[in-house]
Design a protein around this ligand. Structure first.
Ligand code: SF4
Length: 452
């Protein structure tokens, strides 16, 4: 069983599948070398990226992820200033410390290879890391698949890094989840809480959930206080800070002001993501702005909002994310943006209903509406950068999730289409989608907007 902390993980930008995944894979490889006591024999390491990682890895910071992981850093613990300084050091010294006692030559442009010619088997985001000794013999080779949201599959190993947890209320579908809640007279957040308590105390759990919210909120604040042009060559200006100032200046009574603030909070997070900042996968980096923005909407624009509501929000949204992870995909490279922004929108809609005290039926209905109107959403980032359409798309997704929550609660959660049906439809649509629309920057806006 997944934990909500498999869905909400502290990450670095710009991509959970293309930056965070390769970083975790490279760290896993380094740990293996050390645990097998063969680190001292290593003379050379190559990392070969295939599929979507090869097409958009450069723009998505995959090289950065590989280097940081091989240097021993994890997304959770790395400090913001260590990211830049480590990359600069590796570039300047043309070397990498594969363990405390072995520093080897490593030239990023030579030792990290983007192979767009070989089609990967199994998953579009495939990465191979190979270590050689001084006689050019292979001493360790591992194949990794970065399957979205920072999850990694290791070829030949059954377990994923995000370890399944034992929990009292295992569920495979929304239908099962709702039935279990009914039988035990629980709300979805209460059942999720019980599942998480199998692994930690209530005090620890509350602290962990609130610390996730703290990182999300700090990311919003950082985005609201930073201006300039985003890296990557598209010359995209950061807009969140300026719009936020304008919104705070104007005293005009505007019934849609809540929407403007929600937009700007989502954009603030995704501008931070695009510039390699620290954030929380929700469920991915590319879609990380939606849930924090909707929580800020809940806190600032709804009555009686409080900390307990934030906890209910994240517990419920986490379980909805688990349903998508189990039964479909949260990877843009596998199912397009419907698996990232679409899933975040669905999670946020259900989470908001839960924070507002809505019923399980209303939660399911809100999550279903939010996904239903994201079906078919493609992933076609211009120049492969997580900037256009990604930043604005999070603003659109946040507002759409609020709308879905309101629509559901106004209709008391009455619905024809179930969440399970829409999750299956999303996966089927993703399978039918051409690969040019799945994080390869080979179709859509990526080919029609050449100059920006
Ligand atoms: S278009 Fe969507 S899935 Fe693709 S990189 Fe942007 S946010 Fe991620």
């Amino acid at each position: 069983m997944y934990s909500i902390f498999d869905i909400f993980k502290v990450s670095i930008g710009p991509s959970s599948s293309h930056t965070m995944g390769p970083m975790i894979a490279a760290k896993h490889f380094r740990d293996l070398l050390i645990n097998k006591s063969i680190d001292s024999e290593v003379n050379k390491i190559n990392a070969v990226l295939f599929g979507s990682l090869a097409y958009t890895g450069k723009a998505h910071g995959s090289e950065k992820g590989v280097v940081l992981g091989l240097e021993g850093y994890s997304p959770e613990t790395i400090k913001a200033n260590e990211i830049k300084s480590t990359i600069t050091k590796v570039k300047r010294t043309k070397s990498i410390s594969i363990s405390s006692s072995n520093k080897i030559q490593f030239i990023i442009d030579e030792n990290i290879i983007f192979d767009t010619k070989t089609s990967p088997k199994g998953h579009s985001n495939t990465l191979e890391i190979i270590a050689y000794d001084k006689n050019h013999n292979e001493i360790l080779k591992k194949t990794y698949q970065s399957i979205g949201g920072g999850f990694i599959r290791v070829k030949g190993e059954r377990k994923r890094f995000a370890l399944p947890k034992e929990s009292p209320y295992e569920f495979d579908s929304c239908d099962q989840l709702i039935q279990m809640c009914k039988k035990n007279k629980m709300k979805i957040d209460e059942l999720t809480l019980e599942n998480e308590l199998a692994n930690m105390s209530k005090t620890e759990l509350r602290k962990k959930i609130l610390s996730i919210w703290q990182v999300m909120n700090e990311c919003i604040e950082s985005g609201l206080n930073t201006e300039g042009v985003l890296d990557g060559g598209l010359k995209v200006k950061r807009r969140a800070a300026k719009i936020y100032r304008q919104l705070n200046k104007s005293r005009k009574l505007d019934p849609l002001k809540a929407m403007d603030f929600t937009d700007v909070y989502a954009m603030a997070v995704n501008e931070e993501n695009a510039s390699g900042g620290k954030l929380v996968t929700a469920p991915t980096n590319g879609a990380a702005g939606i849930i924090p923005a909707v929580i800020r909407y809940y806190l600032e624009f709804t009555r009686n909002s409080n900390k307990e509501g934030i906890i209910r929000f994240l517990l419920t949204a986490g379980s909805i994310g688990i349903l998508y992870k189990k039964n479909a995909s949260i990877s843009g490279a596998e199912v397009g943006c419907q698996g990232e922004v679409g899933v975040a929108c669905s999670m946020a809609a259900g989470g908001l209903v839960s924070a507002l005290g809505g019923s399980n039926k209303e939660i399911e209905c809100a999550a279903e509406i939010a996904m239903e109107h994201n079906l078919g959403l493609t992933c076609d980032p211009i120049k492969g950068l997580v900037q256009i359409p990604c930043i604005e798309r999070n603003a659109m997704g946040a507002v759409k999730s609020i709308n879905a929550a309101r629509l559901s609660m106004l209709g008391k959660g009455t619905h024809k289409v179930t969440l399970d049906q829409v999750i299956k439809t999303m996966m089927d649509t993703g399978k039918d989608m051409q690969s040019i629309y799945k994080e390869t920057a080979q179709g859509g806006l990526a080919v029609n907007v050449v100059e920006c």
